[in-house]
Ligand binder design. Structure first.
Ligand SMILES: *Cc1c(COP(=O)(O)O)cnc(C)c1O
Length: 381
């Protein structure tokens, strides 16, 4: 098999058959002419399939070492399609530190369709056994989690999942396939928000699913077409372009994040730094074992209160205050008031998403400029 960096540039992306164009064209078309009724070249209607999307789906599958890939109009459309594997009365066990939108989808949409959810701390995989029920069908994992960067031992969760014949779904948005391949650790389905590192340039919203299980794939492919949350060809082109530099960007994101984490760890105005690449991080060993790198996202608690956090965020110049992450430019987020505000206050408190918690998506600017920006913002807290 070709190496990761090579696959990112070539898989699904042979020169265009009609013209020799080296880049997969943006097939901006809704339909395809047929020779005779039912006689076509594999494409009938662009909700069902489109050549630019096919290229992206092949490349995504290859990067995760999966048999199948599916692209979506957003990460949430991808996650929603994974839930289409379930039926009313099925029970899902999810990790408790979830992306806010995923929690909202489960609680405010799929509960109304008769699905049941339990949220547990999956850094202790045996917690699954405490909430397991006769109707449990799926385990939903994010690792690293958002925003607390907790690491969940995928091999151990997969063992339990297999023992009870459950579907193990993993949101791999934070790590990307460059640093972590959940399917190789026993997951059945992997989802991504390609809005983040896969796209990498904060210029699109997209999602993806990969799997090597033909039954799950067939059902999700069917639902992709039946429900219709597909990406347009231009967005597929943008993700494909992003993927070509994924390895370069991830290495740089990580190198910068490591320096920022070290800087924060020794700063007197910082109470606690959450980054799986720090030896002091509780799940550092598991991260070392199941990931080939620690990613570019860091959370930390300021010693001061909400007002202090507000001042810090206001004083940043290079880090822009914005939701989202994974772009080449650095972003800062206040989870309690921004990305995770849809999580009820008492639950946020229990999880540790406090008012003085800040999340940084460390970009690939020059590290000295980034550290200088943080240093200056601290002086004004
Ligand atoms: C952003 C994000 C999502 C949702 O993806 P969208 O592309 O915004 O719909 C899901 N999971 C994680 C971990 C995310 O960061």
């Amino acid at each position: 098999m070709m190496k990761f960096e090579t696959r990112a540039i070539h898989i699904g992306q042979e020169p265009d058959k009609a013209t020799g164009a080296i880049i997969v064209p943006i097939y901006q078309t809704s339909t395809y002419v047929q020779k005779a009724p039912g006689k076509h070249k594999g494409y009938e209607y662009s909700r069902t399939s489109n050549p630019t999307r096919t290229a992206l789906e092949k490349c995504l599958a290859s990067l995760e070492e999966a048999r199948f890939g599916l692209a979506f109009s957003s990460g949430m459309a991808a996650i929603s399609t994974v839930m289409n594997l379930l039926k009313a009365k099925d029970h899902v066990i999810a990790c408790d530190d979830l992306y806010g939108g995923t929690y909202r989808l489960f609680e405010k949409v799929y509960k109304d369709y008769g699905l049941e959810f339990s949220y547990v701390d999956l850094t202790f995989p045996e917690n699954i056994l405490k909430v397991l029920k006769k109707n449990t069908r799926m385990i939903w994992v994010e690792t690293p989690t958002n925003p607390l960067l907790k690491i969940i031992d995928l091999k151990r969760v997969a063992e339990i999942s297999k023992r009870f014949k459950l579907i193990l779904a993993v949101d791999n948005t934070f790590a990307t396939p460059y640093f972590q391949k959940p399917l190789l650790l026993g997951a059945d389905v992997v989802v991504h928000s390609s809005t983040k590192y896969l796209g990498g340039h904060s210029d699109l919203v997209g999602g993806a699913i990969v799997s090597s299980n033909p039954n799950y794939y067939e059902r999700m492919k069917f639902c992709q077409n039946a429900v219709g949350g597909i990406p347009g060809p231009f967005d597929c082109f943008l993700v494909l372009r992003g993927l070509k530099t994924l390895s370069l960007r991830m290495r740089e994101h990580e190198a910068n994040a490591m320096e920022v984490a070290n800087f924060l760890s020794t700063h007197k105005k910082v109470k606690k730094v959450l980054y799986p690449g720090l030896r002091s991080f509780p799940q550092y060993k598991i991260a070392r074992k199941q990931m080939s790198g620690f990613g570019g996202t860091i959370s930390f608690e300021l010693k001061s209160n909400l007002a202090g956090a507000r001042r810090f965020l206001k004083n940043l110049r290079l880090f822009s205050l914005a939701e989202s992450l994974g772009g080449v430019e650095s972003l800062a987020d206040h989870p309690a008031r921004m990305t995770h505000s849809s999580i009820p206050l008492n639950l946020r408190k229990r999880l540790g998403i406090s008012d003085n918690l800040v999340r940084l998506s460390v970009g690939i600017e020059n590290i000295e400029d980034l550290i200088e920006d943080l240093r200056r913002a601290f002086t004004l807290v």
